[in-house]
Design a protein around this ligand. Structure first.
Ligand code: ADP
Ligand code: MG
Length: 235
């Protein structure tokens, strides 16, 4: 579904992503694990069209997207849940959701249907619909960020560190939601520093170190890999 080939990204002279190649098969959860500063967010931002790439190719359903504007990439079916959630704290929960489909040409009716679906998935967001989003707890804000991304009815969801800063109970809830989404036909590319949880939920994994993929394999294989155990699983 998604194919990234020999991607290179620079911030001025900093070579942040080096010859990175990854693939995400439809219907799977693929994760990219790596320490802080490894280049995970940079990779996701480039897929979403938010960062210029120096060289390489990114195709979605066999179509190059490297020259597409971010809103068109959303339109094609890719949505991102950004690191740190980035919700609009001064807007209501409902208005945050509405912004998720702002760039999407769809009938008002369909958009309202989508809001209903999201409220069914996250009843707490319905309860807090008219509340300022900044008053939500961290876990609720993460639900809102996921809900907002779902408003564009993505085929591929890019999740950037959804577990960051959340209490264990919310981490569990969020990862249950991620697993549900797979059953509803959403493919997932997950970025995490929390390798334990990422490997336990995903089908395939890539390990990123200072901008370079150093290992890849089924998540099960990587979970049993001695190097991965020592470096990422606290063994
Ligand atoms: N806006 C930026 N300007 C300059 N350097 C950046 C910027 N964003 C990230 N970097 C650098 O790029 C590298 C990768 O960062 P990032 O993709 O945020 O890593 P991760 O998400 O894995 O923590 C790091 O060395 C970081 O310092
Ligand atoms: Mg990051």
């Amino acid at each position: 579904m998604l194919k990234v080939s020999n991607l290179n990204i620079y911030y001025d002279h900093i070579h942040a992503v080096k010859d990175l190649s990854i693939e995400v098969e439809e219907g799977k959860i693929v994760c990219l694990i790596g320490a802080n500063g490894a280049g995970k967010t940079t990779t996701l931002q480039s897929i979403s069209g938010l960062l210029p790439i120096r060289s390489g190719e990114i195709t979605f359903k066999d179509k190059s997207i490297i020259k597409s504007k971010p809103h068109l990439i959303t339109h094609m079916g890719i949505a991102q849940v950004p690191e740190g959630r980035r919700i609009f704290t001064n807007l209501s929960v409902l208005d945050n959701l509405k912004l998720g489909s702002y760039a999407i040409k769809d009938s008002l009716q369909n958009k309202e249907k989508e809001i209903k679906r999201i409220y069914e998935r996250f009843p707490i967001l319905k309860e807090r619909s008219n509340q300022r989003a900044g008053t939500l707890s961290g876990g609720e804000q993460q639900m809102l960020a996921i809900g907002r991304a779902l408003m564009s009815r993505p085929k591929l969801l890019l999740l950037d560190e959804p577990s960051m800063g959340l209490s264990p109970i919310y981490v569990e809830t969020i990862f249950e939601v991620i697993e549900d989404l797979i059953h509803e036909g959403v493919t997932i590319l997950l970025v995490e520093q929390n390798a334990n949880i990422a490997l336990s939920i995903s089908d395939y994994a890539y390990v990123l170190e200072t901008g370079r993929i150093v290992k890849s394999g089924t998540s099960e294989d990587l979970m049993n890999d001695p190097d991965v155990k020592v470096a990422y699983l606290g063994a």
